[in-house]
Design a protein around this ligand. Structure first.
Ligand code: SAM
Length: 277
């Protein structure tokens, strides 16, 4: 998979992808990431990439021509001839649809993603209409540029690719991950509680937040690790983790519960949380 970033500050990306699993994925040839300087696609003496907004108002707006040229130089097909199963041009924008784990899963199916980073007041809207396939926001706040958003999207997407994480199952068993049913359908064993014939100590997240994790020491500043986790009873550990995941989601992100995949047992537990408020 290839990520091309179009930005007026390519230097921002030096270092970001030189650590951990991302670095390994790049070194192993699973992914390629390149930042391109938008000013390379200008033709005037001042290498102008922005202009004043029509209608007046604050700030400057990124011009469409250098962006169109940058895409052409990357071999990106015109929007109406683009193969949406292979390639996507993403415009980073505070006005975009919210980027979620589901969006990362969609993007992870493609071969080539091009990220356009806005600056100043943003990007001429015709870029959105004529060149971009997706307008994505990484959250409800305004950043000074799209570069951090591009890095977020690349990281979240890349780690879903087969071979990038040490254990491919890891991204199934974390916040926003798959349900047990999906894991079974994906051919990960007939019994959703068993994975590679080993009893699983956790459920697929099914849209919930992850459960809390602990490591040694078993006591830290008076707080001990919950006893159930050292007991070796996989069924009890699984239930404990599931309930903590439901509890965390209920406290921090109750909106996620609407679409979470909950068993009757989960629903009963959620009911006790709601009524004990
Ligand atoms: N005038 C814009 C608005 O009010 O929506 C804000 C422009 S912002 C200062 C400059 C650039 O930062 C945007 O063009 C976009 O590329 C990027 N940006 C800002 N917030 C973002 C967000 N939440 N998600 C993704 N990109 C963002």
């Amino acid at each position: 998979m290839r990520f091309d970033i179009i930005t007026i500050f390519p230097g921002i990306f030096a270092g970001i992808f030189e650590h951990g699993v991302v670095k390994r994925a790049i070194a192993g040839g699973l992914v390629a990431v390149k930042a391109h300087d938008l000013r390379e696609f200008t033709h005037d003496r001042h290498r102008t990439v922005d202009g004043r907004p029509f209608g007046g108002g604050e700030g400057m707006v990124l011009k469409p021509e250098p962006l169109a040229e940058a895409l052409e130089s990357l071999g990106v097909a015109p929007k109406d001839q683009r193969d949406a199963r292979r390639e996507s041009v993403v415009l980073l924008s505070a006005q975009g649809r919210k980027f979620t784990q589901e969006t990362a899963r969609e993007l992870a199916r493609l071969d080539h993603i091009i990220l356009i980073c806005g600056r100043y007041e943003g990007v001429d809207e015709r870029v959105n209409e004529l060149l971009a396939d997706r307008e994505l926001s990484i959250g409800d706040y305004v950043l000074s540029g799209g570069e951090l958003g591009a890095a977020v999207i690349i990281d979240a997407t890349m780690r879903l690719l087969p071979g990038v994480l040490g254990n491919d199952a890891s991204n199934q068993f974390e916040s926003f991950g798959s349900s047990d049913a999906d894991l079974t359908e994906a051919g990960r064993g007939d019994d959703p509680l068993f994975h590679n014939s080993t009893p699983r100590s956790t459920h697929g997240a099914g849209g919930l937040l992850d459960y809390p994790h602990y490591t040694r020491p078993s006591e830290f500043r008076g707080l001990t690790v919950p006893e159930v986790l050292s007991g070796g009873n996989h069924e009890q550990i699984r239930r404990w983790r599931r309930e903590r995941a439901i509890e965390k989601t209920f406290r921090n992100r109750p909106d996620l519960l609407e679409n979470a995949e909950l068993s009757e047992q989960d629903k009963r537990f959620l009911h006790t949380l709601r009524t004990s408020r």
